[in-house]
Design a protein around this ligand. Sequence first.
Ligand code: ATR
Length: 265
Amino acid sequence: MKKAYVIGSDVKKSLSPLIFEYWFKQNNIVGEYHSREIKPDNFDQEIKKILEEDGVCGFNVTIPFKELIIKKIDRVDEHSEKIGAVNFVSKTDDGWIGKNTDWTGFSEAINVGEEILNKKIAVVIGYGGASKAVIYALKKENFQEIKVFNRTEEKIKHLKNDRGITPINLEHLKDHLKEASLIVNTTPSNPLKSILIEKKIKQSMAFDIVYKPQETDFLSNFFKEKRLYGISMLVYQAAPCFEEWFGVRPSIDRELLNLLSAQIK
Ligand code: ATR
């Protein structure tokens, strides 16, 4: 029987096993998918075990290993190479290959309606692994300008050489919110906490990568119909992984979304 994992330093409560279990049943597939918590100090030895274990067809990778895993596998696909991070690894005849579906998951999560996406200015808050996939997706979506804000300015300085991207210190965020058509939070915090949110800002589309609780403090600043939820990115990034490992493209139906919503109230 084929099996897969999600690995990370804090995955005991990951929703990915629930998603995979749902799809196993939906498609009458006998398979296994488990979370496997790995502390950073044990990363080398635990990865070696997984790569040598019988029956493993692949694994998802989450915080804080999305970049570190690249050195442990045989190659990465074109998108992961450009993003600099991998969120799943598959066993192939050519060895272990790393790929990235965070960026496609994000694109699918924001493309929810016709009128929704005005692709002028996107504001991205935070610059970690997830943010890099978000920025990659926004470029592919042809946003005219992507403004990237980070608390540690040093980490984003190099982005000024990238056409269409403007790196800005997080302390200036409030001056740029009004003109944004999409505001994306990729930090675990609420970066709008001490900012006065005017009506014009409430009308922008907003996406929070944090999916638990579903209604985060960050999202509560925006009109309900303008909120885009992190949980949809989680489900969309998982579907191609399931397909690659178990041979069937699973469907994302209302029952699955309800099941997940109940877990993240
Ligand atoms: P992930 O892989 O999920 O993106 P990460 O790589 O740890 O996680 O990145 C977290 C991002 O959130 C970083 O941009 C971090 O800012 P710094 O580069 O300054 O550390 C940002 N972040 C985390 N906690 C934050 C906070 N309380 N306020 C503002 N930004 C925060």
